[in-house]
Design a protein around this ligand. Structure first.
Ligand SMILES: Cc1ncc(COP(=O)(O)O)c(C=O)c1O
Length: 402
C-alpha cells in the first residue's frame, strides 16, 4: 500500500509538514505532566452552563439550524458580529465584508487559496504562530521574515527586504502579522508601526492578514487601533475567533475584509466544508444574544490575569535572574522566555523527565534559523499550584546546565 500511495501522492502531500506542537501534545498528555506547551484555554473557565442555556435554541429553531446553511455564515451571528466588532473595526461591517469560518485557522487556509501560487512569498514576523506558517507552507509559500522587538515587527526593515525580493523576481502576496499579544512573543505592534505597515503594504500593493485572536484578552494598557480600522484601500483581512473568548471546541471564528476577497474566500470555503456548523453558529449566536459574551468575557480576562500574575510570581521566585529573561505580557496566553546559552530542545528533554513541558523556540521560526535558546510557556492552562510547581521544576532543570 505504501508503494502505491507513494506513486499517487500529490507534490503537496509529499512535502506536507505536521505541526510539531500537535505532535508534541501527545507526549505531554502523559499522566502527571505539567504542560505549558499547548496554547490552551483553561477548561475551568468555560461557560458551560451559559452555553447549555444557549443550546436551547435547538428546541426553538431546530428545523432551520439542523439544515445546511449559507457558506458565508449564519446571518444572525454575522449581524451580531458586525455590531459587536464595530469599535475595533472602526465602523459596522457590511454582511458581504464578513465570513464565518471553522476556526480562524481556516481564514489562513482560505486566504492562501485565494492568493498563493506555489513559490509565492509571504512576509511574517519571526518568530510567529507555527500553525499559520505550517498552513502557508502547505500551500507552497516561501517566507520573508522580519525580526521583532518589544513593539512587535520591526517594520522599518520591510522596504529593503521587499525591494530585494522583488529585484530577484519574487512575488510577495501578503504580510502575516499577529498584532496583539503575539503568539509566541506576547508583545503588541505599536501604533506607529501599524501606520507604517499600512503605508508599506499600500506602496507595494501587498495584502495584510491581521490575525487577532488575543486582542480581547487584555489585562492592562490601552487598546491600539486595528490595522483594519485604519486601512483605506481594502488591503487588510482581519481574523478573529471565539476560541479564546468562549471556547475553542465551538470552532467558530470569522474574518473581515473587502467584499471581493471575502467572496473569493467564500467560494473556496464552499469546496472545503460547505459551511461552518450551522447548529454551533446558532448556539454561539444565542449565547451572544443572551448577553453572555459581554458578561462572561470580563471573568475570562480576570481569570487569565490572575494566571499571568501567578506565572510572573513563580518566574520571579524560582528563575535565576542572571540567566533567564522575559517580558511580562499585558494580555493573551504566552510568555516568551530567553535563556542564553541553554538550548531549549535540550532543556525540554530534562524538563520532560521532571514532568514539565513547554515549546522550544525553534518551532516558531519558519526559516528554522533562530530561537535556539528561547521557549514559549502558556500560562492559561495549568492550575496555579501546577504553575508554581512546574516553574520550580523548570528552574531545577535550568540549574543542571553549566
Ligand atoms: C495567532 C493565532 N492565530 C490563529 C489561531 C487559531 O485559532 P482557532 O482556534 O480560531 O483556529 C491561533 C490558535 O492558537 C493563534 O494563536
Amino acid at each position: 500500500m505504501e508503494d502505491i500511495l507513494d506513486n499517487l501522492y500529490s507534490l503537496s502531500a509529499k512535502s506536507i509538514r505536521p505541526s510539531p506542537i500537535r505532535e508534541m501534545l501527545h507526549l505531554v498528555r502523559k499522566p502527571g505532566m505539567i504542560s505549558f506547551a499547548g496554547g490552551m484555554p483553561d477548561p475551568d473557565i468555560f461557560p458551560v452552563e451559559q452555553f447549555q442555556q444557549a443550546a436551547s435554541i435547538i428546541s426553538r429553531e431546530g428545523k432551520d439550524i439542523l439544515q445546511y446553511g449559507t457558506t458565508e455564515g449564519y446571518p444572525p451571528l454575522k449581524e451580531f458580529l458586525a455590531e459587536w466588532t464595530a469599535p475595533k473595526m472602526g465602523r459596522k461591517l457590511l454582511p458581504e465584508e464578513l465570513l464565518i469560518t471553522t476556526g480562524s485557522s481556516q481564514v489562513i487556509d482560505l486566504l492562501c487559496w485565494a492568493l498563493l501560487d506555489r513559490g509565492d512569498w509571504v512576509i511574517c514576523e519571526e518568530p510567529t504562530f507555527l500553525g499559520a506558517t505550517g498552513t502557508m507552507y502547505n500551500h507552497g509559500a516561501r517566507f520573508l521574515t522580519v525580526p521583532c522587538d518589544s513593539e512587535g515587527m520591526k517594520v522599518e526593515l520591510l522596504p529593503d527586504l521587499i525591494e530585494r525580493a522583488l529585484a530577484s523576481g519574487n512575488r510577495i502576496k501578503f504580510i502575516y502579522t499577529i498584532v496583539n499579544f503575539h503568539n509566541p512573543l506576547g508583545c503588541d505592534l505599536s501604533l506607529e508601526r501599524r501606520k507604517r505597515l499600512l503605508e508599506i503594504a499600500s506602496t507595494y500593493g501587498i495584502m495584510i492578514l491581521e490575525d487577532d485572536p488575543y486582542g480581547w484578552v487584555r489585562f492592562e494598557g490601552e487598546e491600539v487601533q486595528s490595522l483594519f480600522s485604519m486601512d483605506e484601500q481594502g488591503l487588510v483581512v482581519f481574523a478573529s475567533s471565539f476560541s479564546k473568548i468562549l471556547a475553542p471546541g465551538t470552532r467558530v471564528a470569522w474574518c473581515a475584509g473587502n467584499s471581493e476577497i471575502i467572496r473569493k474566500m467564500a467560494v473556496f470555503k464552499q469546496g472545503t466544508d460547505t459551511c461552518t456548523s450551522v447548529v454551533v453558529q446558532a448556539i454561539v449566536w444565542e449565547y451572544c444574544r443572551l448577553g453572555h459574551l459581554d458578561s462572561f468575557l470580563p471573568r475570562i480576562v480576570s481569570h487569565y490575569r490572575d494566571k499571568r500574575d501567578g506565572m510572573e510570581a513563580a518566574l520571579l521566585k524560582y528563575m535565576p535572574a542572571e540567566r533567564v529573561y522575559w517580558q511580562k505580557p499585558k494580555g493573551g496566553f504566552f510568555y516568551w522566555i530567553s535563556a542564553p546559552g541553554i538550548p531549549a530542545e535540550e532543556l525540554l528533554k530534562r524538563a520532560v523527565e521532571k514532568k514539565v513541558a513547554f515549546v522550544p523556540g525553534k518551532a516558531f521560526y519558519p526559516t528554522g534559523t533562530g530561537g535556539r535558546d528561547d521557549f514559549r510557556m502558556c500560562f492559561t492552562f495549568a492550575s496555579p499550584e501546577m504553575t508554581d510547581l512546574g516553574v520550580k521544576k523548570l528552574s531545577e532543570a535550568i540549574s543542571e546546565f553549566e
